[in-house]
Design a protein around this ligand. Structure first.
Ligand SMILES: NC(=O)c1ccc[n+]([C@@H]2O[C@H](COP(=O)([O-])OP(=O)(O)OC[C@H]3O[C@@H](n4cnc5c(N)ncnc54)[C@H](O)[C@@H]3O)[C@@H](O)[C@H]2O)c1
Length: 465
C-alpha cells in the first residue's frame, strides 16, 4: 500500500517506520524543516528504543522517505495518517489547529481516486466530522475519514505497534464529495471501502491475534480519552492511598502488591510516585473534562484525578520543606541548599519532558533559592530547552550534569523523579561519601530503605513505612 504520514513525532515516526517495515511504501512529511533534514540524514530526533534501526533499515530499502511537501505524501496514497500534535490550549481544551491545518493541506493535494484519511492524533469527539468537512471544502476527490486513536507508550512504542492490545477503528461519517458520475460512491460505500483498507493496513499487525475493533468515529474518539483518564485515575488513586499510608502507618508497597494480585484489579498502573506527566495523561484528562463540560456534564472522578496529580507533583518538594524546617512562603528559604535531582524525563526510556514532575520540582526549588544539580540518562537536552523557557534567568541556579554521581556531589538532598533502570541500584556508599547532607527522597519507591539507611542516609519514599 502507499501510505502518507503527516507529522513525524513519537506517533508519526513509529507508525511510518512500522508500516514501512511491513513492506508498504511510506512517505512521512512534517512542517518542521529541521526535523525532516535530520531524518533525511538518518538522524532520528526522538529517543525511542529500536526506532533508529527501524528507520535506517527501511530508508535504506527505499520504503521510507521524508519530505516537507504534502504532495509527496498524498500523491497516489491509499491511506494518509494524521499524526500531528494536539497540545492543550490555554483553557485546557485540545488545540486542534495542527489537525485542521494538516487536514486542509492534505485535502488540497489529494490525487487518488479514493483515499482514507486516518486520524491517529488524540482529538475530541466530533473531530472526524470536522476534518471531513474541511477536506470536502477543498477537494472533489472521493475520500473517507476514520478515527484510529493511537495507544502506544513512549519507551516501548515499537513493541506496542507490533503487538497492540487492540486497534480501534472508528468509521463514519464517511464520505466527502464524490465523483458524481460514479453512482455507487455513496457515503455508505465509501465507509465500507475504508473498512477494507483499514483491515488491509493492519493485517500484518493483527495477524496472530485479531484485535481490530470497528466502531463509529465518535465512540473511537472517546475510547482514547476514556482509556487515558482511567489509567491516570488508577495512578491518582494509589497516590491518595499512599498519602493515607503515611498518615496511618501502612506501607503502600504492600498494599499495592496485595491489590494487584486480585485478577479483577491487576498490577498495572498502581504505582504511587511523584505524579503522572508526559504529553498524554495530563492533557487528555483535562481535555476530557472539557468535552464533558461542553456536553453540560461534570466528571467528578476525572476532576479528582487531575487535582490529586497536581498535589502529588509537589510531594517531594513538600517533603524537602519539612526536612529543612522551612515553608514555601519564606522567600529565599532554600538559599545555600544544593539539591540533586535524578531523572528528568516523565518516565524511563524516553527523552520526553512534557509536564514531567521533575520540572515542577526544579521550578519550585529554584523559586525558593536552591541550587539544583540534575541528571538524566537521555533527557538532558530536551529538559534544558524546557527549563530555559520555564526559568529564564533563574536557569543560572540549575546545572545539568552528565553523570549521576556528579549531581550528588556536595548536595544536601537527592530526589529521584524517574525510575530509570540505571538508577535502580546505585552505590549508596558512594552517594553518602559525596553528599554534604543525608536526605534521599525516592519519588518512585525503587530503593531498599534498609540499604539506604545502612549507609547513614535518611530515606523517605512515597507512602512507605
Ligand atoms: N506521544 C505519545 O506517547 C502519544 C501516544 C498516543 C497518542 N498520542 C497523540 O498523538 C498525537 C501526536 O503526538 P506526538 O507525541 O507524536 O506529537 P509530537 O508533538 O511529538 O509530533 C507532532 C509532529 O507534527 C508536526 N506538525 C505539526 N503541525 C503539522 C502540520 N500542519 N503538518 C505536518 N506536520 C505537522 C510537528 O512539527 C511535530 O513534528 C497527539 O494528538 C498525541 O496526543 C501521543
Amino acid at each position: 500500500m502507499r501510505v502518507g504520514v503527516i507529522g513525524t513525532g513519537y506517533v508519526g515516526l513509529v507508525a511510518g517506520a512500522g508500516f514501512a517495515d511491513f513492506g508498504n511504501d511510506v512517505v512521512c512529511i512534517d512542517i518542521d524543516e529541521h526535523r525532516i533534514a535530520r531524518l533525511c540524514r538518518g538522524d532520528v530526533p526522538i529517543h525511542e528504543p529500536g526506532l533508529p534501526e527501524l528507520v535506517a533499515a527501511n530508508s535504506a530499502a527505499g520504503r521510507l522517505r521524508f519530505s516537507t511537501h504534502f504532495a509527496d505524501a498524498t500523491q497516489d496514497a491509499d491511506v494518509i495518517l494524521l499524526c500531528v500534535g494536539t497540545p492543550p490550549s490555554a483553557d485546557g481544551r485540545a488545540d486542534l489547529s495542527q489537525v485542521y491545518a494538516a487536514a486542509e493541506a492534505v485535502g488540497r493535494t489529494l490525487s487518488s481516486e479514493f483515499t482514507v484519511l486516518v486520524n491517529k492524533s488524540t482529538v475530541p469527539v466530533g473531530t472526524a466530522e470536522r476534518v471531513r468537512d474541511i477536506i470536502a471544502s477543498v477537494t472533489d476527490k472521493a475520500f473517507a475519514v476514520v478515527s484510529n486513536p493511537e495507544f502506544l507508550k513512549e519507551g516501548s512504542a515499537l513493541d506496542d505497534f507490533l503487538r497492540p492490545d487492540r486497534v480501534i477503528v472508528g468509521v463514519g461519517p464517511a464520505a466527502g464529495p464524490v465523483d458524481r458520475a460514479a453512482s455507487l460512491s455513496t457515503p455508505e460505500l465509501l465507509d465500507e471501502r475504508a473498512r477494507v483498507v483499514m483491515r488491509q493496513l493492519y493485517s500484518a499487525v493483527v495477524r496472530k491475534n485479531d484485535r481490530l475493533l470497528f466502531m463509529d468515529a465518535r465512540s473511537a474518539e472517546l475510547t482514547k480519552y476514556a482509556s487515558n483518564a482511567y489509567l491516570a485515575m488508577r495512578i491518582s488513586f494509589m497516590n491518595d492511598v499512599a498519602r493515607l499510608c503515611e498518615q496511618i502507618g501502612s506501607d503502600v508497597e504492600l498494599v499495592r502488591r496485595g491489590m494487584g494480585m486480585d485478577q479483577r484489579i491487576g498490577p498495572s498502573f498502581l504505582f504511587p510516585g511523584v505524579g503522572y506527566g508526559g504529553s498524554c495523561f495530563p492533557k487528555d484528562t483535562r481535555a476530557l473534562l472539557h468535552i464533558a463540560e461542553d456536553a453540560g456534564l461534570t466528571l467528578p472522578l476525572v476532576d479528582a484525578t487531575e487535582a490529586i496529580n497536581l498535589r502529588q507533583k509537589r510531594r517531594l518538594f513538600d517533603k524537602l520543606l519539612v526536612h529543612f524546617g522551612v515553608r514555601d512562603d519564606q522567600p529565599g528559604a532554600l538559599v545555600g541548599k544544593v539539591i540533586a535531582v535524578w531523572g528528568l524525563a516523565f518516565k524511563p526510556e524516553t527523552d520526553d519532558v512534557r509536564e514531567a514532575p521533575a520540572l515542577t520540582l526544579i521550578e519550585k526549588l529554584v523559586n525558593l533559592g536552591a541550587t539544583v544539580r540534575a541528571y538524566d540518562p537521555v533527557a538532558t537536552e530536551t529538559a534544558r530547552q524546557s527549563l530555559q523557557s520555564l526559568l529564564a534567568e533563574r536557569m543560572r541556579q540549575v546545572e545539568l550534569v552528565s553523570g549521576a554521581y556528579d549531581a550528588v556531589r556536595a548536595a544536601d538532598a537527592l530526589c529521584l523523579c524517574t525510575e530509570w533502570r540505571q538508577l535502580r541500584q546505585p552505590d549508596f556508599r558512594k552517594i553518602a561519601r559525596l553528599m554534604r547532607g543525608n536526605v534521599l527522597l525516592d519519588g518512585r519507591n525503587i530503593w531498599d530503605p534498609a540499604q539506604v539507611r545502612a549507609m547513614g542516609l535518611r530515606y523517605e519514599g512515597i507512602g512507605r513505612r
